[in-house]
Design a binder for this molecule. Structure first.
Ligand code: ASP
Length: 316
């Protein structure tokens, strides 16, 4: 089993070993101190060039990769759908080949199509980071989620993670299922049957510690960590539930629902939150919420990912 991260790219959690995950998290912890300084900058990646290509909206991921890169002194550039020549008909692969000719060290890619970062990684020597591909994976999110749980619970081994909501369309759920099961947690998925396709999930996560339930109130008392997902309305081509109000009544998390939860249950959400739909304000802003800790950890985790990938081939 690999104990150090030596891959060219970070495309998903599925293909990582526990040792590789732990390596990234250890480096993330070591960067925390930089983020607490008055002057938040170290020369570690001076002279390295990082290009972000975000073809889907993003606030947290885009900003925290950018902040992470700048705190490490890398030069950062970004392209979005509306400003690139793709609007003039250039294909994504041609765009990548042209950018590659400018000798960057890392591409950070978000795209609505699952698998695009993998395809790009296979045709370029530049390191590729998957910043979210369709409904497939969002590895940096899962790594920052692991770090947040480690901060609050000390270890992930044996914990019960309950993921609630739109599992079908969620790349966050997929990456986290891999991440938490590899680290020894048990995962339960809960949501309306239309958003939790048993056959698909059982095949996908066969052999892992993943359970599925439709009974939210029955699952909450068992959980140590509750991860609430956003309804991915932009990916839902069918009507998966009658109305947002009904979804919220049946699967929305509020403090009344959490009355039977363990005292130290923590509540997570990857953002952006639909306030009042999947999570009520009293929980978002309440004592159990670690949602902003997730955001803070995002910077250190992304510093670690950029550090590991951009340093490849250089003298350490
Ligand atoms: N920000 C996360 C993502 O890009 C979660 C979400 O959008 O609901 O997948």
């Amino acid at each position: 089993m690999e104990t150090h991260y030596r891959k060219k790219d970070l495309l998903g959690i599925e293909e990582l070993s526990r040792g590789e995950i732990e390596h990234i998290l250890e480096i993330a912890k070591s960067f925390r101190e930089v983020n607490e300084r008055a002057i938040k900058k170290v020369p570690t990646l001076r002279g390295k060039t990082i290009v972000s290509l975000f073809y889907e909206p993003s606030t947290r991921t885009k900003m925290s990769f950018e902040i992470a890169a700048k705190r490490l002194s890398a030069d950062t550039y970004s392209i979005s759908t509306t400003t690139s020549s793709m609007v003039k008909g250039e294909t994504f692969l041609d765009t990548i080949k042209n950018l590659e000719a400018m000798k960057p060290d890392v591409f950070i890619i978000r795209h609505s199509q699952s698998g695009i970062p993998h395809r790009i990684a296979s045709i370029t020597p530049v390191s590729v980071i998957n910043a979210g591909d369709g409904q497939h994976e969002h590895p940096s999110q899962a790594l920052l989620d692991l770090l947040t749980v480690l901060d609050h619970r000390g270890s992930v081994e044996g914990l019960e993670l309950l993921i609630v909501g739109d599992v079908l369309h969620s790349r966050v759920a997929r990456s986290n299922i891999w991440a938490f099961t590899k680290m020894g947690a048990k995962v339960t998925l809960c949501g309306p049957p239309t958003l939790l396709p048993l056959n698909t999930l059982e095949k996908l996560f066969y052999g892992t510690q993943v359970k599925v339930t439709y009974d939210l109130d029955g699952a909450i008392p068992e959980a140590d960590v509750l991860m609430v997902l956003r309804l991915q309305l932009e990916r839902q081509k069918l009507s998966f539930f009658p109305s947002l109000r009904e979804y919220s009544l049946l699967y929305g998390i509020n403090s009344r629902r959490l009355q039977r939860a363990k005292k130290d249950l923590i509540v997570m959400h990857p953002g952006p939150i639909n306030r009042g739909v999947e999570l009520s304000s009293d929980v978002i802003d309440g004592a159990r919420s670690v949602i902003l800790d997730q955001v803070t950890n995002g910077v250190s985790v992304r510093m670690a990912i950029l550090y590991i990938l951009a340093q490849r081939g250089s003298e350490l």
